[in-house]
Write a protein that binds this ligand. Structure first.
Ligand code: HEC
Ligand code: HEC
Length: 269
């Protein structure tokens, strides 16, 4: 007993215990975890690609080519990445229907599981941005005030100050952003659909994207909160200016007329 406690107090005892514990954890991990999981992931992935390929052949190949190489009816999908597919199919834009200036949002016809499979197949054609994980677009740790600044600098010229949307040239338009899924906002920035420029992480960091999403959530989320009072449609300086002119200036004129009328009356009497 005495011997043991003496050894316990040996200066190297703590180190030995630590090393043993580390070796145990490492050994257990090697035995149980990675090999199986990696293999399972691999098979799940190739299954998804297989299924996606079938869906693709039926719904997309007619425009985007049998191997995603593109055709006269649709651009090449090699290297657009899973995020582009998740955005385009998840917002109902794809499969496109009638030709026009711009492919509109419409009812989504694939389930999320099928979209994931389509995305896996397209991602297998060439590397591109992946579908973002949930923590990338959650409002946690985001700064919506900074997001507002970033939005006014990068997005407002097309989408308007609070994301109401607006017309562009040649029959195209930047859609309103109210009610758009945060994941799709993130993906739109990653992939730059149609006339919209892409904002890769080198232009807008992950944190910046998160801040912008938090800003859009703040201005479009809860309609009952409007810190500036009347929202005036959220259209920015034009409607605010008009309001200022009509009501502000109108009130000034009314007051001036009233004062003048009173002084005139006072002089007469
Ligand atoms: C009727 C033809 C048509 C069909 C069917 C179609 N697409 Fe498209 N797709 C287009 C066109 C045209 C565009 C380009 C739109 C644009 O940028 O104006 C496009 C764009 C895309 C993009 C964006 C590419 C990029 O560079 O970001 C993706 C991703 C996409 N399609 C995926 C699909 C998938 C997946 C399907 C099947 C579910 C599909 N499309 C079905 C015509 C089609
Ligand atoms: C040059 C104009 C332009 C700029 C700048 C721009 N966008 Fe867009 N945006 C568009 C157009 C055009 C579309 C429609 C694309 C389509 O239909 O495929 C769009 C679509 C979107 C969508 C998809 C909305 C939906 O209905 O599914 C989101 C989200 C979005 N933009 C967010 C942003 C954000 C955030 C920024 C700034 C970081 C930004 N955009 C900057 C033009 C622009």
């Amino acid at each position: 007993m005495k011997k043991l406690s003496a050894r316990r107090r040996h200066p190297l005892a703590a180190l030995v215990v630590l090393l043993l514990a580390l070796a145990c954890t490492g050994g257990l991990y090697a035995v149980f975890a990675p090999a199986d999981k990696a293999q399972a992931d691999d098979t799940a992935q190739s299954l998804a690609i297989e299924e996606g390929k079938k869906l693709y052949a039926v719904g997309c190949a007619s425009c985007h080519g049998t191997g995603g190489q593109g055709s006269s009816d649709g651009p090449s999908l090699v290297g657009v990445g899973a995020a582009a597919v998740d955005f385009q199919v998840g917002t109902g834009r794809m499969p496109a229907q009638q030709p026009g200036a711009q492919v509109p949002r419409k009812k989504v016809i694939y389930s999320q599981a099928e979209i994931d499979q389509l995305a896996a197949y397209v991602a297998s054609l060439g590397a591109g941005p992946a579908v973002p994980a949930g923590d990338k677009y959650s409002p946690e740790g985001a700064d919506s005030a900074r997001g507002g600044e970033l939005f006014r600098n990068n997005c407002a010229q097309c989408h308007n100050f609070t994301g109401k949307g607006g017309a562009l040239t040649r029959g195209k338009y930047a859609p309103g952003l109210e009610g758009v899924d945060p994941k799709h906002i993130y993906e739109a920035m990653q992939t730059g659909p149609q006339n919209m420029p892409a904002f890769p992480d080198t232009t807008l960091s992950e944190q910046n994207k998160k801040d912008i999403i938090a800003y859009l959530d703040a201005v479009n989320g809860d309609k009952t909160v409007n810190p500036g009072g009347l929202s005036l449609g959220g259209l920015g300086p034009v409607s605010e200016g008009l309001f200022g002119w009509i009501f502000g200036l109108g009130t000034c004129i009314a007051v001036a007329v009233w004062v003048a009328a009173r002084t005139a009356k006072a002089r007469k009497s």
